[in-house]
Design a binder for this molecule. Structure first.
Ligand code: SAH
Length: 248
């Protein structure tokens, strides 16, 4: 019971939501000589392995991808901290543990094609890209989609395709997918995304009221076509927005 409580407390702390105000306002200039590689190793050990992520490929990917290249320059010194960070347009880059957990839950295989909803900085896409053959990522804010695509190209990540659009609808032309990662909180499980899962594949998605806590869920499309849903932990993500049609 104690263990469960502790896990819950950690989980509530480990969301994608905005960082505490002291960090958001800190005028953090990157310290000279900061050893990002060592910070990354420590992040993997203390935040990710320690909380029970065991997939060695996921742990290796997390220790390879240079998270500090994805966060805004003013937050570089916080890049490997146990926290989400603000990015442009009031969005956030998720906490490292949540990125690792979601990646593990989708069970990536080398030949897989994965869909991500909510490109943001491109970090989660880059982590997945280390583990699968192709990542398709949809971002609703055009400026974020553009800067993530440029960043990924600059960092030599060549197996991620980014496009602007409403991820609720998925990417039917490229479906079916071997896994779907939704990195924004949805009010319900989007039916188009379930339909774009290959039988046997999983979607990892935070579901619930966007103004409070959501439940991280794994939605598995079973080979027979039925859908199985598992609750993992409570999390807090920025909302999955919809482009509502304009009324005339
Ligand atoms: N995965 C990102 C962080 C995601 S933050 C990273 O690693 O940096 C959530 C992102 O989802 C935001 O960038 C937000 O603009 C985007 N988003 C919100 N609603 C969306 C939708 N309907 N379709 C696609 N992207 C959406």
């Amino acid at each position: 019971m104690k263990k469960l409580l502790l896990a819950l407390m950690i989980a509530l702390n480990v969301s994608c939501g905005p960082p505490p105000p002291d960090q958001a306002t800190a005028s953090a200039r990157p310290r000279r000589g900061i050893d990002f590689e060592q910070a990354r190793r420590q992040m993997v050990e203390e935040q990710i392995e320690a909380r029970g992520v065991t997939d060695s490929r996921v742990l290796e990917a997390m220790s390879r991808v240079p998270r500090h290249e994805y966060v805004p320059v003013r937050y570089r010194t916080f890049a490997y901290n146990d926290t989400p960070l603000r990015i442009e347009f009031e969005q956030t880059i998720s906490q490292p543990y949540i990125v690792a957990l979601m990646t593990e839950l989708v069970q990536p295989e080398p030949d897989d094609r994965i869909l991500e909803i909510g490109t943001g900085t491109g970090y989660q896409a880059a982590v997945a890209a280390e583990l699968v053959s192709e990542v398709y990522s949809i971002e609703i804010i055009p400026e974020l989609a553009r800067s993530a695509a440029e960043r990924l190209e600059r960092l030599g990540v060549s197996n991620v395709v980014v496009r602007t659009g409403d991820g609720y609808l998925g990417w039917p032309e490229q479906s079916p997918f071997d896994g779907i990662l939704v990195t924004a909180g949805a009010e319900h499980i989007p039916e188009p995304l379930v339909e774009q899962l290959r039988p046997g594949a999983r979607m990892v998605i935070p579901v619930g009221d966007s103004s409070s806590v959501q439940m991280l869920r794994v939605v598995e499309r079973l080979p027979g076509g039925e859908v199985e849903i598992r609750d993992i932990i409570p999390v807090r993500f920025v909302p999955l927005r919809r482009n509502r049609p304009r009324t005339p």
